[in-house]
Design a protein around this ligand. Structure first.
Ligand code: GUN
Length: 291
């Protein structure tokens, strides 16, 4: 059996067309243009390329994207001041500080300084807490995109065994929580897990978010599993590849995401979705205040 390839790119294109139409409606009916402030500190090449992709996606969806790029010598206080400015700026609906930050800046202090109402990354502890107790909030974009991709397959998630490899705050932990909400049985694996393959082979849905090229070969995968590859690794040749050995695992899985063109485009799409949601909410709040 050769797996069906889940095209994150195609699903993202569909969703972005819908978001663009919603943006046009908001501009026409309420004169509100969704606006995202992106702050980039330093010159990490991968961060540059992610930020460029976010900026392009915003512009294509008809959203404003304000890009602040600072040298790596920016102090934590200067960064916090900039975030405070955007927290108070009514025309800005979303704030994103690209991670990682230089070592002298406390990442958690920065995340906590973003207003939870503008935290379109879904990283603020208040929003993570809301997600944990199933309250409406901004969901972290990569896990949100993964759940949307799995739902698009029209297979039931309820009762399925999901195995997540990786326990980061950005991907591993939240994707397990979101799938638990869909009534999956969730197991987390990580660098200290013993006999990883014996656990991953039980997975109906296997999510690899480790950051090691081609770590997951067919010996880790059950026949017919859905395999979601979150890894983005650059080989010495310059080629991008995931955590999953795509060519071999696709012969065993029922569905599989490619790298590139899988999870990546969905992450940015959910960022647009969150920014739109924030702008729509600001519109309804304004209405309440003016009544
Ligand atoms: N760095 C890598 N992924 C992300 C992301 O989703 N958001 C932010 N802010 N930084 C990142």
């Amino acid at each position: 059996m050769s797996a069906v390839i889940i095209s994150g790119k195609e699903l993202a294109t569909e969703k972005r067309a819908f978001i663009k139409a919603e943006v046009q409606k908001l501009v026409k009916d309420q004169q509100i243009q969704p606006s995202l402030a992106v702050i980039l500190v330093g010159d990490n090449p991968a961060s540059h390329s992610y930020v460029r992709a976010k900026q392009k996606a915003c512009e294509e969806a008809g959203m404003e994207c304000i890009l602040d790029h600072y040298p790596s010598t920016l102090t934590e206080k200067e960064l916090l001041d900039r975030i405070a400015h955007y927290n108070h700026e009514g025309s800005v609906h979303g704030i994103l500080v690209q991670l990682p930050l230089p070592d002298h800046i406390n990442e958690l202090a920065v995340i906590e300084s973003i207003s939870p109402n503008k935290d379109v990354d879904g990283f603020h502890p208040v929003n993570i807490g809301k997600m944990m107790i199933d309250q409406e909030t901004f969901l972290p974009c990569t896990p949100y995109g993964i759940v949307e991709m799995i739902k698009s397959l029209n297979v039931s998630i309820s009762g399925k065994h999901v195995v997540v490899i990786g326990r980061s705050n950005i991907v591993g932990k939240p994707v397990g929580q979101l799938l638990l909400k869909e009534d999956a049985t969730v197991t987390y694996c990580h660098s200290r897990t013993k006999d990883l393959a014996s656990i991953t082979k039980q997975a109906d849905i296997l999510i690899a978010a480790v950051g090691r090229a081609n770590l997951i070969g067919p010996e880790f995968v059950k026949d017919g599993a859905i395999v979601i590859d979150v890894g983005v690794n650059r080989l010495d040749s310059g080629k991008l590849c995931g955590d999953v050995d795509f060519d071999k695992v696709k012969e065993k899985a029922s569905f599989i995401t490619p790298v590139p063109g899988g999870v990546g485009p969905m992450t940015i799409t959910m960022l647009l979705q969150n920014t739109l949601q924030s702008a729509q909410k600001s519109e309804s709040e304004n209405k309440t205040f003016s009544c």
